[in-house]
Design a protein around this ligand. Sequence first.
Ligand code: FAD
Length: 308
Amino acid sequence: MLGPTLLRASRNKRLRDVIERNPLTRKVVTRFVAGQDQDAVLAVVHRLHSRGMTTTLDFLGEDVSDLAGARRVRDQYLSLLYRLHEAGDAERSEVSVKLSAVGQSIPKDGHEIALEHAHQIAVAAAAVGCRMTLDMEDHTTVDSTLAIGHELRQQFPLTGNVLQANLRRTAGDLAHLAGSGARVRLVKGAYREPESVAYQRKNEVDHAYRQGLHQLMASSCYPMVATHDPAMIREASDTAQRCGKGLGDWEIQMLYGISAGLQAQLVRSGHALRIYIPYGTDWYGYFMRRLAERPANVAFFLRALARG
Ligand code: FAD
């Protein structure tokens, strides 16, 4: 019950203002968000690289509905890529871009604007040897996001797409991508979706995730298994072995601040692990989705408030 309520709240601007003004709730946010600016995130990136992990960076923001805002997000990625290069960390990094932050949500020509901005980011990423993956947002954006991924791969074959196991359409999308050799990140899905398009029960989503893993491992795609669920990681390892994929032929991805013990263990056992690191001041939507995934996070958040 709590999850759907929090996901509804993630689009509530008034609640967002209340949380943003409160210094105590901001402190809890730092568990999931690496920092507010590039200096902070670059320090985290360097630390994780020195521990044998790779990274993917998300400049927080979504649903940007004006062109000037979309350009600001694009510019942030361009300067981040330059600084990653200067720091010697570009080749072990990736940028994760939400197309709704670079123009997709603009009512007129949003798709074309997002494509243009994503293309500019892809040019800059390729120039410094960094990769790029397009995050997937709610189901209304899937066609546009897959089409932009497809378009970018004509020039930048390493551009990744994300598929969400909770969406009923995903098996078909995976079949469509199977022969493309694309980098594909498989997630369970973080958005509240209607029953007509998405599985609602956890066991259905887990079943779909397993099916997706089998499809992905058997395909020519590079699998990016994005989950903290140990059962899914075991399933991914077993399936990879059955499909003749070695440890360098696929990777596991996890979010900054979640399952740190498991992250260290995976690196020790020789798995390729990439950490998704969000940064920036527009943390609200991202933070609420992390709370919604786990009731214990809400308790943690409320305890911090009570301590104040
Ligand atoms: P769950 O069954 O939800 O969790 C398994 C276990 O992981 C839990 O028991 C708990 O121990 C731990 N855990 C999971 N979530 C949390 C949390 N918030 N706090 C603390 N512990 C937790 N979703 C999208 O819709 N689009 C994207 O583009 C996208 N990109 C992602 C990129 C990465 C690298 C990752 C890891 C996730 C991404 N997600 C994305 C989120 C994803 O859809 C899930 O919502 C999220 O990963 C939780 O699902 P899970 O697979 O970890 O499994």
